[in-house]
Design a protein around this ligand. Structure first.
Ligand SMILES: O=C(O)c1ccccc1N[C@@H]1O[C@H](COP(=O)(O)O)[C@@H](O)[C@H]1O
Length: 212
């Protein structure tokens, strides 16, 4: 099971997280987020040696601005968390950049609407993954879960990360998820002491429960 911890900003906290058995850490480059890494903080993060995959999180950002972050922040994946269309993602895939594409899941979410994205993933095998998050006006970081039973109607072949309000209490329920395309989890606000600062002990306990 893959584990991504998102919304990292504080350098000491980043380095503490690097000691844990996780796969990715996310840096949010969306100025309206409470976890925003601004240009000043970006310079500090850029000086760190990362031993985890680093994911840059963007909401309706320009290609130019995303690419300006890619080398300095040593990004491995771009998470598109807004209303980006497949053509926009294709421009990144064409230059060999991996993508997590977030979708806002509602009670009425229709997975058939992802057909164009699935076709793109077929074209770029192992480069494009889905991330299912709870629909919220602020795009992400809501701390709210969606009804995971809706995932039963996802019949696609693109592996996905589960996101949206996941907390320490969800470890058992996550272990019960049997969807064949379920790749892992994205942790964020429910593991924080304040926006952008993660409770390392809480994450550690969660990982132990999950991996047991
Ligand atoms: O965390 C944010 O502030 C944020 C803002 C805008 C887009 C994405 C954001 N974070 C992503 O939101 C999900 C769910 O977070 P939560 O567990 O509900 O707090 C997660 O994928 C983050 O990557």
């Amino acid at each position: 099971m893959m584990i991504k911890v998102c919304g990292m900003r504080d350098i000491e906290n980043i380095n503490q997280l690097q000691e844990l058995d996780i796969d990715f850490m996310g840096i949010i480059r969306y100025s309206k987020s409470k976890r925003y890494v601004d240009d000043l903080q970006k310079e500090k993060v850029a000086q760190q040696t990362m031993n985890k995959g680093t994911v840059g999180v963007y909401v309706n950002e320009t290609l130019e601005n995303i690419l300006q972050d890619f080398i300095p922040l040593q990004l491995d994946v771009i998470q598109l968390h807004g209303n980006e269309d497949p053509a926009f993602a294709k421009a990144l895939l064409e230059i060999d950049i991996k993508i997590f594409k977030a979708f806002q899941v509602t009670e009425e979410f229709n997975f058939d609407s992802l057909k164009e994205w699935e076709a793109l993933a077929t074209q770029y095998v192992g480069k494009l993954f889905f991330l299912f998050d709870t629909a919220t006006p602020n795009y992400g970081g809501s701390g709210k879960k969606f009804n995971w039973s809706i995932l039963d109607s996802y019949k696609g072949e693109v592996p996905f990360l589960l996101s949206g309000g996941i907390s320490e209490k969800d470890a058992d329920a996550i272990k019960e998820l049997k969807h064949k395309m379920f790749l892992g989890v994205d942790l964020n606000s429910k593991f924080e002491t304040e926006p952008g600062v993660k409770d390392i002990e809480m994450i550690k306990t969660f990982i132990e429960k999950l991996r047991k």
